[in-house]
Every structure is written in structure tokens, then in C-alpha cells.
Design a protein around this ligand. Structure first.
Ligand code: HEM
Length: 456
């Protein structure tokens, strides 16, 4: 028997008018992780707005998969839409269905294989200036690698060159300010503080350049011929299966923007966290270098190698488990039952992949970085449904294979030649954003002298 929303337990620490804004602002990751102690579905008040937090994989699965037809993207995505456009991540159900079909081909295996060379070239480029003793701001370097790689896969021809430059300049600025803009009331958008000015200038420049490149590419027609199809050419050539209509220029721009915002931060953050975690556990790093040596040898890594590195995959799975997406949201569009409660249309639902993946009910000793927990013999009866770093269902990440390939190629290029070590006395904190990325990760590079040959 299910009961109404009024019976849902409320998180402790609520203040009149402010709701749970104080613990949320002070320590958001700790707060969302603490909610599981109150129940599988818990009411949190953001100011006066109730949001119902899902704290079990079973219910998260219901929202994303089993009962997904009863949910749309939630309130933050409405706000995000007004900031970054109506692309795949923010689109309503109708637009989403149509665009997802059109965009899926650009993330197929053979396309990703086509991007592998440029990923390897960009990984070589970031390491080219490294010398023994070079100090890196790792979170920035990995951001530059990911943004330049994604931009190159989008705009591979000369016509796209201005967009590649513009993306590298502006996307980091936009991402840095996006979360704050998304959760702030709209009326604060026009307050002339530096953060608003930087955000507005960067968005404007990016829009203008994307619009120009799209117009130039359309005008060039068949002369817009990248060596192999890139993301821009695929979007321009896409035709709706039912109507035969192409995407409008604004739709193409919004999808390009969405890939940039949805794809870059989490990928760069994962790369940075891997380097942090393995520097703290040199035995794992040594096994990883040995595996790369055995599979890849001395030459550059190719796409074929990417799937032959089981320890690498376990290290990445463990990294995204520990450093997952902060918050996803949905809103009920019709009456729906969830965990024994009746949700009414308009109910806002949220869940944190970060918190779910640190649930001791699913992962013993959850705070420990332990790639070997993913060995088949250690997985016990843990179902795959408790590992959702890319979400699930029809809104699941479209770029997971792209992300893994870029990350693996970068690590297999860096690690056999370079050892990264923390600058003494430094230790990164989790900066609250769409993914909790390391706030500051200074590391020093040393040349890796001998190839480790023990078995991975
Ligand atoms: C480690 C890296 C990444 C992580 C952890 C990640 C995570 C996620 C998650 C959890 C979602 C689901 C959001 C929801 O259900 O509301 C998502 C959606 C999405 N991601 Fe990723 N992502 C990553 C990399 C990428 C890359 C590299 C791209 C593109 C090149 C990308 C593009 C997208 C897009 C377009 C969506 C929206 C999909 C839809 O609604 O159909 N992501 N991502």
C-alpha cells in the first residue's frame, strides 16, 4: 500500500524559510551522502521548494529506467536550458527522442575509433613540454587535454578552426560558473558582478563563433569536407527519420554546446582523480604501467589496445565510483508510485551518483580506493545495477565510450614515460560542481626510468 508525500521523512537540520540550504551550501557532498541514514526517499527543502532525494539504487533505477516515462528532467535542467540551450541533456521528451536518434551514430564504435588518433596526438602534445621536475596544475592540464580533444573531434576542418580556439578559451570559463548560475535565482543573472560578466561574455563569444562556423559550413556545402566525418558534419547531414528534415542552425548549435558542457568536465575530472589515486598507491600504478607495457609495447597506443587493458578498466571503474556525478534531477509528469509513496505531477526528485556509489550496503569499505573490488572473484553477488556512473535508461550518457577511450589513451601515453607525484604538503579537496573535481592538484613529473615487467 502506498501513501502520500506528506509521510516521506524529512532530512534533519531544516530551518524555517531556508530549509536545508545551510548544510547544502556548507558541505553538499557530506549532506547528500548523509540522507541515506534517514531513508530511501527523503524530503529536503531547498528554501521553500521540496525536493525528494532517492537514496537507493533500486529507486534510482525505477526513476531512470522502470518508471522513466513518468519523469522529465527537473528544475535545474529548466534553468540549464535557458543558459546553454535545448540540447540533448536538457531537451524535453519529444525533442530528446528525435535528437538522440540523430546523434547516436557519432558515438558508434567505428566513429570513436576514428577519433583515437587525434586523442593520441593531443595526449602527446600535452606531454611534449614536460621535463623532469616540471610542476603541473593537473586539473587544468587534464581540462585542456579534454577540451581540445572534444573540440578537434567536433571541428576537424579549416572552417572549424575558429571554433576550436574559441572553445578552448571559453568553455572552461563557462563550466566554472555554470553550477552557480544554475542554482541561483534568475533575477541575479543581471547583477554586474565579475562572475556574471565573465560567464555572459564567454557564452556570447561561443554562441557567435558556433553560429558563424555552422553558417560557413552550410555555405560551403560539399566543400565542407573534413577528412573523416566530424561531429559538426554529422549534425549538418542528419535527417529526421520520419520527416526527412535537417536540424535547424540553432538546434545544431545547442547540440554542439551540450556536448561541450556535458562531456568535458566529468572526463577531465576523472583523469585528474586517476592520477591522484594511483600516485597514492604506487603498487597499483606499477601494475598499471606493466599492463600498458605488455599490451601496447613501446609504440603509441591504438584504438585496438583500449579494450585489452583489464586493470586499467578496473582503475577507471573505481575512480568513477568514488568521484561520481554530484546530482541528477527529474520531475514527475504524472502520478507515479516510488518506494511506497505516491508522487504527484510536478514533484521534484533528485539523486546523487556520488552518494549512491559510496553506500556501504552496496560497497564494503566504500571510501577506500580499491580497483581489485572489481575482480570477478571479489564482486560476489553485487549486481551491475549498483554501478551507474553514466546513468541508465533513455537519458544515459551518450559519450561514455568516447570518455573511456580518451581517458585510456591519455593514461597509456603519459604513464609509461612519466611518473606524477603530489607536490609535498598539498592534498586536493573536492570542489562542488556537476562532478566533484579536485580543486587544486599540483604534481611534479619525473621521468619513469625502468619499464616495470611484473605481471599486471
Ligand atoms: C567520465 C565522463 C562522463 C561521465 C561520468 C558522464 C556522466 C553522465 C551522466 C550520469 C549522464 C546522465 C544524466 C541524467 O540522467 O540526467 C550523462 C548524460 C550525457 N552525457 Fe555524459 N558523462 C561523461 C562523459 C561524456 C562525454 C565525453 C560526452 C560527449 C562527448 C558526454 C555527453 C553526454 C550527453 C550529451 C548527455 C545527455 C544524454 C541524454 O540525455 O540523452 N558525456 N553523462
Amino acid at each position: 500500500m502506498s501513501v502520500g508525500l506528506k509521510s516521506v521523512p524529512r532530512a534533519p537540520g531544516r530551518l524555517p524559510l531556508l530549509g536545508h540550504a545551510v548544510p547544502l551550501a556548507r558541505s553538499p557532498l557530506k549532506f547528500v551522502s548523509s540522507l541515506r541514514d534517514t531513508g530511501d526517499l527523503v524530503r529536503v527543502d531547498i528554501g521553500t521548494m521540496p525536493v525528494f532525494f532517492v537514496n537507493s539504487f533500486g529507486l534510482a533505477h525505477d526513476v531512470m529506467v522502470g518508471k522513466s516515462a513518468s519523469f522529465e528532467k527537473g528544475r535545474f535542467f529548466d534553468r540549464l536550458r535557458s543558459l546553454v540551450g535545448n540540447g540533448l541533456a536538457t531537451a524535453d521528451a519529444h525533442t530528446h527522442r528525435r535528437h538522440r536518434r540523430l546523434m547516436q551514430p557519432m558515438f558508434h564504435r567505428e566513429r570513436i575509433a576514428g577519433y583515437a588518433q587525434l586523442m593520441a596526438d593531443h595526449a602527446q602534445q600535452i606531454t611534449a613540454s614536460w621535463r623532469p621536475g616540471t610542476r603541473l596544475e593537473v586539473e587544468q592540464v587534464m581540462g585542456e587535454f579534454v577540451v581540445s580533444t572534444v573540440a578537434a573531434s567536433m571541428f576537424s576542418s579549416d572552417i572549424g578552426a575558429p571554433a576550436r580556439d574559441c572553445v578552448q578559451r571559453n568553455v572552461p570559463v563557462i563550466i566554472e560558473n555554470l553550477l552557480l548560475r544554475t542554482v541561483s535565482p534568475k533575477l541575479l543573472d543581471h547583477v554586474p558582478i565579475p562572475a556574471n560578466r565573465r560567464f555572459d561574455a564567454a557564452t556570447r563569444e561561443l554562441h557567435d563563433v558556433l553560429d558563424k562556423v555552422i553558417a560557413d559550413a552550410r555555405a560551403a556545402g560539399d566543400a565542407y569536407a573534413p577528412d573523416a566525418p566530424d561531429v559538426l558534419s554529422t549534425l549538418l547531414d542528419a535527417r529526421d527519420a520520419d520527416t526527412g528534415q535537417p536540424l535547424s542552425d540553432a538546434e545544431v548549435r545547442d547540440e554542439l554546446g551540450t556536448i561541450l558542457f556535458a562531456g568535458t568536465e566529468a572526463t577531465a575530472s576523472t583523469l585528474a582523480w586517476v592520477l591522484h589515486e594511483i600516485a597514492r598507491q604506487p603498487d597499483i600504478e606499477a601494475r598499471l604501467v606493466a599492463e600498458i607495457g605488455q599490451v601496447v609495447g613501446d609504440g603509441p597506443i591504438s584504438f585496438e589496445h583500449v579494450r585489452q587493458l583489464p586493470l586499467m578498466q578496473r582503475v577507471l571503474d573505481e575512480t568513477v565510483r568514488l568521484h561520481g556525478v554530484t546530482l541528477l534531477m527529474r520531475r514527475a509528469t504524472k502520478p507515479v508510485e516510488l518506494g511506497g509513496y505516491n508522487l504527484t505531477p510536478g514533484t521534484e526528485v533528485a539523486f546523487s551518483l556520488y552518494a549512491l556509489h559510496r553506500d556501504p550496503r552496496a560497497y564494503p569499505d566504500p571510501e577506500r580506493f580499491d580497483p581489485d573490488r572489481w575482480l570477478p572473484e571479489n564482486s560476489g553477488d553485487r549486481p551491475r545495477s549498483v554501478f551507474l556512473p553514466f546513468g541508465a535508461g533513455n537519458r544515459k550518457c551518450i559519450g561514455d565510450a568516447f570518455a573511456w577511450t580518451a581517458i585510456i589513451i591519455a593514461l597509456a601515453t603519459i604513464l609509461p614515460r612519466w611518473q606524477l607525484r603530489h607536490v609535498p604538503g598539498t592534498s586536493p579537496k573536492e570542489a562542488t560542481s556537476a562532478v566533484p573535481h579536485p580543486n587544486h592538484l599540483p604534481m611534479t613529473v619525473m621521468r619513469r626510468e625502468a619499464t616495470v615487467t611484473s605481471r599486471a
